[in-house]
Write a protein that binds this ligand. Structure first.
Ligand code: L34
Length: 295
């Protein structure tokens, strides 16, 4: 049986319509306009494409938004000073520094530099810690988006075997935490696999819900999953270019083969990516409300 396609594009659109109404009301009633600054260092083509999309969506939702482009050779000290400037700028409720950063800049220092109240990426250890203990906080956008997809697609997570491939701070570690929490979209039994996992297929075959953030094209093949699995593919791999110069994308799973076995699957593009961007908007609205005393 062919799988149901979980469309991130559609779910993201629905969430943005909810946000649009919320933003309009904040503006009318309290005069608060959510502000988002995205900082891009250098000219990584994927990063340019993602921040451009973030700015486009922010403007579409009538945010106050600004794209701050910095050269690849900006010093760490100058970048930290720039972040400090935005920490104190009342027009911006959310600050995002697109990762990865050039090698000469310590990502940890940059993440620590953001005021946790404006950390709409949810990367600051204050927010990470709150997430782990289940306190209200900014959830990192990709895992936040995955949770919304599971909930809104009515995937039963309670008691499910959830297997995650990839242990990054951005995706694997936080989604593992969210799935095991006592919350809507949680209560799963969680297995977290990584590059040193001895027998990957042993684990992936047991999955009721398989979340793949390996960062390598089509590493999960159809023989590695069981019938009826729900697959969330976080990978966005650029595997070539069309004759017109457009990037050809594929996920971390072999979509064409696995969709014949799975009960539901997210596509690439149009799956987790658009959700990541939309959850940034949701976090920014939340930041604006909290900073303005509305929540
Ligand atoms: N600070 N850095 C920070 N925050 C983040 O949340 C991110 N991430 C990841 C990389 N670095 C970051 C993103 O924004 C990955 N990521 C991201 C965002 C959007 C999309 C993919 C990754 C996305 O929209 N993907 C589209 C295809 C876009 C294209 O054509 O290139 C999709 O449909 O999957």
């Amino acid at each position: 049986m062919a799988a149901k396609i979980i469309s991130g594009t559609q779910i993201a659109k629905q969430i943005r319509e909810e946000l649009r109404a919320e933003v309009a009301e904040m503006k009318d009633k309290q005069g608060v306009i959510p502000g988002l600054v995205t900082i891009l260092v250098g000219e990584n083509p994927a990063s340019i494409s993602y921040v451009t999309a973030k700015q486009r969506i922010a403007r579409d939702l009538a945010f106050h938004s600004f794209q701050d482009n910095q050269p690849a050779d900006i010093s760490e000290a100058d970048l930290l000073a720039l972040i400090e400037k935005y920490n104190h700028d009342p027009a911006f409720h959310g600050i995002l520094i697109q990762l990865p950063l050039p090698k000469h800049i310590d990502e940890g220092k940059v993440i620590y530099a953001v005021n946790p109240a404006k950390d709409v990426d949810g990367f600051h250890p204050v927010n990470v810690g709150k997430m782990v203990v289940g306190e209200p906080c900014f959830l990192p956008c990709t895992p936040h988006g995955i949770m919304e997809m599971l909930i809104r697609s009515e995937v039963e997570t309670s008691g499910a075997e959830a297997v995650i491939v990839g242990r990054s701070n951005i995706v694997g570690k936080p989604i593992a935490n969210l799935l095991l929490q006592k919350r809507e979209g949680g209560n799963a039994t969680v297995t977290l696999c990584h590059t040193r996992t001895r027998d990957m297929a042993f684990h992936t075959k047991r999955a009721d819900i398989l979340i793949v953030a390996a960062g390598r094209p089509r590493v999960i093949t159809a023989d590695m999953v069981k019938d009826g699995v729900v697959v969330i593919d976080v990978g966005v791999n650029r595997i070539g270019k069309t004759p017109e110069g457009k990037a050809i994308l594929c996920g971390d799973v072999d979509f064409d083969a696995i969709k014949e076995k799975a009960s539901a699957i997210t596509p690439v593009p149009g799956g987790v990516g658009p959700m990541t961007i939309t959850m940034l908007m949701k976090n920014t609205v939340q930041a604006a409300k909290q900073i303005s005393g509305l929540a």
